[in-house]
Design a protein around this ligand. Sequence first.
Ligand SMILES: [Zn+2]
Length: 257
Amino acid sequence: MLAMLRESREDALRERRDLFMLAALAYTWTHLEAQPKPGHDITAILAWNVEDLENTPDFIIDRNRNFLQQGELYHAEANVLRLAYRRLRRLVGPAREGWADTGRFAPGMARATVFTSLEPCPMCHASIHMAGVPRGYFCLEDPWLRDPQSHELRVKLPQEYYGKHLELIESRLPACLEARKLIWTLVDSGQTRLTKILADRGEELFKPAYERLTEAPVRVENAMLRAQLLLAVGKPWQALSRRQDERLVDMATALTR
Ligand SMILES: [Zn+2]
């Protein structure tokens, strides 16, 4: 009995993490046209209390804004971290002079998980780590960070420093396995510019995730989350035409919460 309960909890958690990853990919898809070219279409989600199945996790979603902000440091992960700090500052209050504020935001970040459509670059990896976010999931591998033959990471990033630990996990979502395979096939055939790959093959890489997010049946623990993710991803009305009743119930519940 206990084993069954544990298994069911694990399934619900896996589905929840998959929904977040689907949403990261779907958001990339729904914003593909808005992204200035050339530009990297990358999305990151920072979510809190993902493991708490009694509640629907709170989350922040954003994408790469290098071109919009005219600054190279506006990567998707950096953007969600900035938004998170702004939010946490509102909760904690303004800094006081002379008050050593190290660790003020640590509890908030220790309960967060990051989901990214592309594996974090060294800058974002370090930022996520320094913020104290303990866990992250990513979808696509970045060929720039990896050995072209073995596909192993050639830029070694520490998992542990400043007393903080970051566990970065490759998503096993079928959409990610497929997308990784496609990217490596293209890289092997001589297409080394990820920007171009993402721009040219965006539909193939990201649209299936959008469709899956709008259509997949989900467990009751995750129904609200799926509705909220759909709203955050945008274009939810497109999805309504297919399974209208279920979609409407989901969204209405989310709005009246
Ligand atoms: Zn980055």
